[in-house]
Design a protein around this ligand. Structure first.
Ligand code: C5P
Length: 296
């Protein structure tokens, strides 16, 4: 059992449970293309009080195993949670084993950050459970190797982000509630970054522009709305209850409200066939609270 782990927090059989929250991009601009093929972005990540749960059981030297199904079409060795555990183990020279079970709530491929958050939670939790004590900077750097959206979940605070999404400045965001809709459309992110009609050269913005409420657009929105009728239909339905935005490279859409009541009422006005959720914005990631609670 890893140091820093309170026995009361471990379920029968040695399993412990860790939150992997979803995120929204409150705006997203592409500001340039890099020599390595990636793109420089400017975005604001808002962490949500809603997400997946990762169940972990650690043991002596042995394999990393995913218990239960991986995402459809994903080989176990390619699974991001397995890759996260393997990467942490090899960089820390650690022989210990882990079983990983993912309780999925976040729709995959919608821009809600589910896969990245699952991977971040595995890095943070196994660092504690295996007693590795790698500093958060090192975990964030490992996370960035797995995906550009992983570091924000490791740091666990709402943030203004630049670079590929790894240069993070903490932001204090007002409480807010979100009506989320998943149109069920998944266009692979690299394909969208290659789209000829994507605006890749937005003028660099400043945090002050976000604070003044002028940054609300997402560079992928016009691209996706033109090519995916299901996304266009969701935008039209959401426009009747508020101001819809796209998260990440989509196709997830959301509307922000300043009360739970207003968000619930808006949901009740949507066509019943839309996959919709009402969730709260978090002041900080519930993963940080889980980590603090595990410290003895
Ligand atoms: O890092 P992630 O796995 O989310 O990226 C998937 C792909 O999206 C990358 O391989 C790259 O083609 C594209 N991408 C990009 N610029 C970014 C993030 C992703 O071009 N900032």
């Amino acid at each position: 059992m890893g140091r820093g782990l309170a026995m009361s927090d471990v379920e029968a059989g040695g399993w412990s449970s860790w939150p992997a929250p979803a995120k929204l991009n409150l705006f997203l601009h592409v500001v340039g293309r890099r020599p390595d093929g990636y793109h420089d972005l400017q975005t604001v990540f808002r962490i949500l009080d809603w997400g997946d749960t990762i169940h972990l059981r650690v043991g002596p030297a042995g394999p990393i195993r995913r218990i239960g199904p991986s995402a459809p079409g994903v080989e176990e060795a390619q699974d991001l949670v397995v890759r996260a555990a393997e990467l942490l183990r090899s960089s820390a020279n650690c022989p210990l084993s882990a079983d990983i079970r993912v309780e999925k709530r976040i729709p995959t491929g919608g821009g809600f950050g589910g896969g990245s958050s699952d991977a971040a939670t595995v890095l943070v939790a196994l660092n504690a459970l295996w007693g590795l004590h790698l500093p958060v900077e090192e975990l964030a750097a490992l996370g960035c190797k797995l995906g550009a959206d992983v570091p924000v979940f490791i740091r666990g605070h709402n943030a203004w982000a630049e670079g590929v999404g790894e240069r993070l400045t903490p932001l204090a965001l007002a409480p807010a509630w979100y009506l989320l809709v998943d149109p069920g459309v998944h266009v692979p992110t690299p394909e969208l970054f290659r789209a000829p009609d994507l605006t890749r050269d937005a003028a660099p913005a400043k945090i002050a522009d976000f604070a003044s409420g002028t940054l609300l657009d997402n560079a992928f929105e016009p691209v996706l709305r033109r090519r995916e009728p299901a996304v266009e239909a969701v935008f039209k339905a959401l426009a009747r209850v508020g101001s819809p935005r796209l998260t990440g490279s989509g196709g997830g859409c959301f509307v922000e409200f300043d009360s739970l009541h207003a968000a619930e009422r808006a949901r009740s006005e949507l066509p019943a066939e839309l996959r919709a959720w009402v969730v709260g914005g978090a002041a900080r990631s519930p993963l940080l609270d889980a980590l603090a609670a595990m410290k003895v």
